[in-house]
Ligand binder design. Structure first.
Ligand code: GDP
Ligand code: MG
Length: 453
């Protein structure tokens, strides 16, 4: 596991404050190997490492956490993000229209087309998803097998349909895939099925005939979802498959099968990166109930094997947040407000989901939000401000009045901003500091309460 690999590196990572470039690069060499061992495709590894390196250099190390642990957390977060974000944390933008996370918003019968190589698990996944749709969404589902290549493929689906209690299109010998698709659509229409699932043929390798067939089927059935089924055990190979299908058929998502095996989960990261589509399901066994929503954080843990460190750092972060809040309350009572305080406020806003989210939570904030948008105050500005404050020395943060023209220029260069941005931030700080003083004059927060009575 990565934990063993990083063991030595951790010991050599030193210091508090910000992560140093050399240390980050050393740690990334180990992360790179861990990703390759988890079967993440090489180009995806490269891209990932670049992103994380950039993010990690200069990142602050939390109190009570070692630099090595902080690196692990950063790597983990980036992994989860690249895997599509955790739904629990509102990270997944894929609006789950229903419990199964499929888009069924079309005139019935809504067509779901399953594509992939032979043996990837298409037929099994088709039956699993159909069963789900029936049981959790109460949908009337029909399945049809378009696999005329593999002997008994259509019978296989019929048997699974019986097990799942899901209807299948009656088999007519000698029909070609497009004809079967057309027949399935008419039949599903006639019998008012809500959803029609098309289980297509695979090949051992991607070839032109297969792609032509998939395109033809897609064009007659206009599927609402086209799910690429990939065996998570195939690792690097899965990328080639994904690349071939992407662009040929309008993929909407990925089903990763055999996640119950000992795959390290690398295929998930590769799939996401290559197709740009969400992983909608994970197959976890041969039985028809063995299918789950995809959980990025679980897979990240599988790839890194460092869940313990991640949760430890998260706990440390919570503790720091609480300390920060206490500190701020004390300082407010004294009428003090420096750049560290401002930064904490900005970070809190970011954590809460940015300006939009905060404005959305408060009643009557619509106007304020519009005003902020007009003055160019958006979430990017929050990030810029954070970068500006990060480029200040600790002394400057405590005493912003030290900032003369020379220092401002240095800070602007260090944060990739303009001197006028630095000035804007200083102005904002001054106004907030003034407000703090006034609050103190009025008798602290108690006085403020009286004012708003
Ligand atoms: P197809 O050729 O793509 O239609 O693949 P099949 O659906 O016929 O699956 C091939 C084999 O893989 C079958 O024996 C399935 O039972 C098995 N299989 C499919 N999905 C999973 C999974 O998530 N886990 C495990 N362990 N086996 C699976
Ligand atoms: Mg099949």
């Amino acid at each position: 596991a990565l934990s063993d690999r990083l063991g030595n590196v951790f010991d050599s990572l030193r210091g508090r404050g910000a992560l140093k470039e050399d240390d980050v690069r050393t740690a990334m060499r180990e992360v790179r190997i861990a990703l390759l061992e988890a079967d993440v495709a090489l180009p995806v590894v490269r891209r990932f490492i670049d992103t994380v390196t950039e993010r990690a250099i200069g990142a602050e190390v939390l109190r009570s956490v070692t630099p090595g642990q902080q690196v692990v957390k950063i790597v983990n977060d980036a992994l989860v993000e690249m895997l599509g974000g955790d739904p629990e944390e509102g990270g997944s933008s894929q609006a789950a229209q229903n419990a199964v996370g499929l888009d069924l918003d079309a005139k019935p019968p809504v067509v779901i087309m399953m594509v992939g190589l032979q043996g990837s698990g298409k037929t099994t996944s088709t039956a699993k998803i159909a069963k789900r749709l029936k049981e959790t969404e109460g949908k009337k589902v029909m399945m049809a097998s378009l696999d005329v290549n593999r002997p008994a493929a259509q019978e296989q689906l019929a048997i699974l349909g019986e097990q799942a209690g899901v209807a299948t299109l009656p088999i007519v010998a000698g029909q070609q895939p497009v004809d079967i698709a057309n027949r399935a659509i008419s039949s599903a229409k006639l019998q008012s099925f809500d959803v029609l699932m098309l289980d297509t043929a695979g090949r051992l390798h991607v070839d032109e005939a297969l792609m032509a067939e998939m395109k033809a089927v897609a064009s007659v059935s206009t599927p609402r979802e086209v799910l690429l089924v990939v065996d998570s055990l195939t690792g690097q190979d899965a990328v080639n498959v994904a690349q071939s299908f992407t662009g040929e058929v309008p993929l909407t998502g990925v089903v990763l099968t055999r996640m119950d095996g000992d795959a390290r989960g690398g295929a998930a990261l590769s799939m996401r990166a290559v197709t740009g589509k969400p992983i909608k399901f994970a197959g976890t066994g041969e039985k028809l109930d063995a299918i789950e929503a995809f959980h990025p954080s679980r897979v990240a843990n599988r790839i890194l094997g460092m869940g313990d460190i991640v949760s430890m750092v998260e706990k440390a972060a919570t503790a720091v947040k609480e300390e920060d809040a206490e500190r701020l309350a004390k300082r407010m009572a004294k009428g003090e407000f420096d750049m560290n305080d401002l930064r904490m406020q900005l970070q809190q806003m970011t954590r809460m989901g940015g300006i939009g989210a905060i404005a959305g939570m408060l009643p009557g904030m619509k106007k304020a939000k519009a005003a902020m948008a007009q003055s160019g105050m958006d979430d990017k500005v929050l990030l810029h401000m954070d970068a500006i404050i990060s480029s200040m020395t600790p002394k400057e943060r405590e005493k912003p009045q030290l900032l003369n023209a020379r220092r401002k220029k240095r800070i602007a260069a260090g944060s990739g901003t303009q001197v006028q941005d630095v000035n804007k931030l200083l102005k904002m700080h001054q106004e907030m500091a003034k407000a703090m003083k006034q609050i103190k004059k009025m008798g602290g927060l108690k006085g403020l309460g009286q004012l708003f009575g």
